[in-house]
Design a protein around this ligand. Structure first.
Ligand code: 13P
Ligand code: 13P
Ligand code: MG
Ligand code: MG
Length: 366
């Protein structure tokens, strides 16, 4: 039997600004999936990261299953009713279309899916990030799949000897999925040349070149491209299979100790360091800092274990302190230069209007 893992996540409303969903909202979402999903999924797990609720489904219906996507959409619609009842902020924020049409891609929710033949033991990681975008995973994935400085298995393990194939999407192209496939290690410099631009080129998937199996899958939604205006950041989810022919769990977690600067933070318009946090964490300082949490599971015959919380360890307290310092440092320079995103990436139309007015006031040769 092949198992499919589908993570579908959306922000459908939160307490006190973009902080976290209410308990009642989470209850409604859990009850809805328990009642309506029982015959569809073999197992599920629901968590939140900041203001985003992620539904992790294990099932046998394959990627892009209309039934699974419909279940997620209907769950978010039911949750939005509760969010509206409670007057939550941004109720239904990521449901950008009025009705479901076969697949939630392009409707607002973020999706990461993979289908595989289960190994006798099948450990995997599910990451969810808030106040950032899918390009936030570019650097950690590059380091853990292509750099022996972070992945010692690339040197030590014969089952990773051939390296990995990166599937990279040009997310600024809106007519369809514009993809390129590049092989590590031979095409490392080409991979790096694309991945340096986190807002345009995003890793969508990674495959093992030793056994051709899927290893990683990332959500690549750009809400801006769907809505045509800012509605919230594209807070991304990711699935990564680990161990055996794939990186060890620790090799995938290792690059998250950098706290690298990513796009997002306040109003989706700034740069801030990505902080690894515990499962079900909320958001605080300057609507940030951008956060990522990691759930470590095993799946067997479509049944999930409980998650181990990948960043719940004293080591990560040290990292969180370091990242807090980095966040404070970049915030000290407010709107200036590198603290804010470039003009084309600013998420607010207001500045465009302001620039138009100011343009008209410029005079040459005063
Ligand atoms: P085991 O030898 O316990 O399988 O561990 C290998 C490994 O993945 C260490 O990171
Ligand atoms: P979310 O995308 O998480 O809703 O955050 C939006 C925002 O503007 C935070 O300042
Ligand atoms: Mg929000
Ligand atoms: Mg969010």
């Amino acid at each position: 039997m092949k198992t499919t893992l589908s993570v579908i996540k959306a922000d459908i409303g939160s307490i006190g600004g973009h902080i976290r969903p209410s308990e009642r909202l989470l209850e409604e979402v859990k009850n809805y999936v328990t009642t309506k999903g029982r015959s569809l999924v073999t197992d599920f797990y629901i968590s939140h990261t900041g203001d985003d609720i992620a539904l992790l489904f294990a099932h046998s219906l394959g990627k892009g299953s209309e039934k699974i996507h419909q279940l997620a959409w209907d769950t978010f619609v039911a949750g939005t009713k509760v969010a509206k009842d409670q007057g939550l902020y941004g109720a239904g924020q990521d449901l950008l279309k009025d009705s479901f049409s076969g697949n939630v891609r392009g409707l607002g929710p973020a999706v990461a899916e993979m289908e595989f033949q289960e190994r006798p033991n099948e450990p995997f990681l599910f990451f969810a990030a808030d106040k950032t975008d899918p390009g936030a995973y570019n650097l950690p994935l590059y380091l853990s799949f292509a750099d022996p400085m972070y992945n010692s298995g690339l040197i030590l393990s014969p089952s990773m000897s051939k390296g990995f194939r990166f599937v990279i999407m040009d997310v600024s192209y809106t007519e369809g999925d514009r993809l390129i496939e590049l092989n590590a290690p031979e095409e490392l410099y080409d991979i790096a040349a694309l991945l340096r631009d986190n807002q345009r080129f995003v890793i969508e998937a990674i495959y093992s070149r030793n056994n051709e199996e899927i290893v990683a899958s990332v959500s690549t939604t750009r809400l801006h491209n769907i809505a045509g205006k800012y509605t919230g950041k594209d807070d991304p989810v990711m699935l990564v299979r680990v161990q055996g022919a794939f990186p060890a769990t620790g090799e995938v977690l290792a690059p998250f100790n950098i706290g690298h600067y990513v796009a997002g933070f306040m109003r989706g318009s700034h740069n801030g360091p990505l902080m690894p946090v515990r499962i079900n964490s909320s958001i605080s300082y300057f609507d940030g800092p951008p956060v990522v949490c990691g759930h470590a599971f095993c799946v067997h015959d479509g049944k999930l274990t409980e998650p181990a919380d990948a960043f719940d360890h004293p080591y990560w307290d040290y990292v969180r302190n370091k990242v807090s310092q980095k966040a404070t440092d970049i915030r000290a320079q407010g709107f200036s230069g590198a603290a804010m995103l470039s003009y084309s990436e600013l998420e607010y139309g207001g500045i465009v209007e302001k620039m138009k007015k100011l343009e008209a006031k410029f005079k040459v040769g005063l």
